[in-house]
Design a protein around this ligand. Sequence first.
Ligand code: 3PG
Ligand code: MG
Length: 397
Amino acid sequence: MSTFNTYSFAGKRAIVRVDFNVPMDKTTGKVADDKRIRAALPTIQHILQGGGSVVLLSHFGRPKNGPEAIFSLRQITAKVSELIGTEVHFAADCIGPEAFELSKNLQPGQVLLLENVRFYPEETNGDTSFAQKLAQHGDCYVNDAFGAAHRAHASTTQLAAYFANDKMAGLLMNAEIENAKKVLLHAERPFTAIVGGAKVSDKILIVENLLNLANHIIIGGGMAYTFFKAMGGQIGASLCEQDRLSTCLDILEKAKVKGVQIHLPVDAIAADRFAADAQTQIAASNDISEGWMGLDIGPKAIENFKTVLLQSKTILWNGPMGVFEMPAFENGTKSIALAVAEATQKGAFSLIGGGDSAAAVQQFDLSAQVSYVSTGGGALLEYFEGKVLPGVEALEA
Ligand code: 3PG
Ligand code: MG
């Protein structure tokens, strides 16, 4: 493995695997959130300033059967050019004669964006001969795609093998790992993890692992109601995973044994239907009327959670407290975001998991008031589940 900061890029073509899997605005056809592109800029600029050229390689969405216009990276080329501040050339295929011609002729300071690598099923299959073809695009390999580091795909793992002495993590990848390790390995105590989102089943592994790491676990979002149901509560029409009731009891029991405090939202904003203009009322989370559903945490839960957060020195947040996309149900997530920001100001280290939590912090304009917002959704989740990320491992091999 090489080290990015000391590697000499002069006269070299660097293949940079980025995660430009950015959300698109369906009405305008433009990039809806350019955070992932911005996050890769320091790596790209460093290579260009060091006299190298850059071949950008990324996936975009989940195309099933080859090329499809809606999954084309061509749509984001203008945005990438604008942010880098230089014209980015586009190759309409990630392998093939035209693409290789373009990368071969790349001059120092130039940038080429290759078409969606997932237009080939060989990518997700981790095909080595496909990786070997991709390797022909450059002299070194930089992986900056933390958001895709949990995927054992050709461009995130196999490709590294073709650059034994010229493979390295980029600046974003390094920053992501460093910030995650601050929490995973060196958390100052008390360490509070906030876990939210709709389903217990999506978060079991992280909660299990957090039982070994955290002092407090705050549980919010739809997943909380399966816990209340498991404890014998009435949850009306709230989300519930019947097949996870025993899992919830098991988690509560393990927490007791390990001395980890689990905090559930004692009250809820209940709605008579899943709609932005639904009728609402505050209800105890274990006493929700038939036909009503909890769509956000209530005022008492907010106060309880806030108290815990303001005493914490390390905070990890993964998953929203309610349906924050609808104004009527955003208050819980917003209040928790504000409490995390306040705790951070008081000296806590706060790491916000990507995906929904990152979107929430951004929606409330608090991204700059927390310590670090990850560009990884699934990748950060898996890292905190205790898994090895194949994309990171491949660089170290
Ligand atoms: C993501 O947004 O989760 C990453 O870009 C990985 O994409 P994937 O979940 O489609 O593998
Ligand atoms: Mg994903």
